[in-house]
Write a protein that binds this ligand. Structure first.
Ligand code: NAD
Length: 334
């Protein structure tokens, strides 16, 4: 799609900032309007370099503010939306679910309303891509993987809010013929993730020789996706996906949490010329409603859209470790 004007929500967050950089590098005809409320997880400095290119503008706004969203649609006249803004941390959704309802459900609703008025009522063309999670499918047993036909069965307030937003997006397609695509991905890793999530927390604690908290027995399984491969998949689904369809995104990299933590111990130890990080592993009380296993079957996006990951897990995780050791202090002062 040439000369696209894209509203990218959540562009100052982890995946959003990587996606802004991806578009700058790989989509030369695209201009981007980032919409981000700058919660604790958002940081404009992640994308200052992209803003400096002149191809990215920044709107510090709440997606739940429908008036603000309508104003941005009128001013920017987008040809697409890449919707990533959300409250994203499962633990925070357990202690304070209200923000998840507001940003993830009401926020998605207000963006859909702005899109419907601008595109459907205004007789214009535009596509709305909604970034969601595999957590909407609930938990798996020891075998099998989520397909796009797996019934929704969310466990946490976070995943329930994402499931609600997915249903709203699909309803806007069926009811108003809005052109939508939904992507559901597995756990991402890579640069710019706020240091409250597993991988940056573990890297920082190893560096500081502090306990490495691992939930329960450490045998919960997650399917790890490198954020740059995820960005390429989002852009492929936006350009070539079929309207109204969902695409699961994953790279079949399953790890028990404890194995991932052990791997990080070995990588950080090697980077810092130390040994013994594994001795810091500390099992802590499990998260309530902790899903046992997630695994994605990415057959549809591979076969229908020709997407395939470009990075090996080993190279990507090694790069991620090096990136955090270099950037904790300058970005977050930790
Ligand atoms: P993040 O928490 O790092 O970033 C979210 C961004 O959204 C932040 O910049 C924040 O300021 C912004 N934001 C939050 N509420 C907002 C609001 N009401 N208005 C405007 N901006 C708001 O999250 P992330 O990890 O980058 O996740 C991005 C998207 O991908 C989310 O929709 C999330 O559900 C989904 N997802 C993430 C993962 C993962 O592993 N990180 C996996 C599956 C799906």
């Amino acid at each position: 799609m040439s000369k696209s004007r894209i509203i990218l929500t959540g562009g100052a967050g982890f995946i959003g900032a990587n996606l802004v950089h991806y578009l700058i590098d790989h989509a030369p005809d695209v201009t981007v309007a980032v919409v981000d409320k700058l919660t604790y997880a958002g940081n404009r400095s992640y994308i200052e370099d992209a803003i400096a290119t002149g191809r990215v503008s920044f709107f510090e706004d709440d997606i739940a503010d429908v008036g603000a969203m309508q104003r941005i649609f009128s001013e920017f006249d987008p040809t697409g939306v890449l919707h990533l803004a959300a409250e994203s941390h499962v633990d925070r959704s357990i202690t304070g679910p209200a923000a998840f309802i507001e940003s993830n459900i009401v926020g998605t609703f207000s963006l859909l309303e702005a899109a419907r008025k601008h595109w459907v009522d205004g007789g214009r063309a535009g596509r709305f891509l909604h970034v969601s999670t595999d957590e909407v499918y609930g938990s798996l047993g020891a075998t099998g993987a989520f397909t796009e036909d797996t019934p929704y069965d969310p466990s946490s307030p976070y995943s329930a809010s994402k499931a609600s937003s997915d249903h709203l997006v699909r309803a806007y397609h069926r009811t108003y013929d809005l052109d939508v695509v939904i992507t559901n991905c597995s756990n991402n890793f890579g640069p710019y993730q706020f240091p409250e999530k597993l991988i940056p927390v573990i890297i920082r604690n190893i560096r500081d020789q502090r306990p490495l908290p691992v939930y329960g027995d450490g045998m919960n399984v997650r399917d790890w996706l490198y954020v740059e491969d995820h960005c390429a998949a989002i852009w492929t689904a936006f350009q070539d996906g079929t309207a109204g369809r969902s695409y699961n995104i994953g790279t079949e990299n399953e790890f028990e949490n404890i194995r991932l933590v052990e791997l990080l111990c070995d990588l950080v130890d090697a980077e810092l010329g130390r040994t013994g990080a594994r001795d810091l592993i500390t099992f802590v009380t499990d998260r309530p409603g902790h899903d046992r296993r997630y695994a994605i079957d990415p057959t549809r996006i591979r076969e229908e859209l020709g997407w395939a990951p470009q990075h090996s897990f080993e190279d990507a995780i090694a790069h991620t470790v090096q990136w955090y050791l270099k950037n904790f202090e300058p970005i977050w002062g930790v």
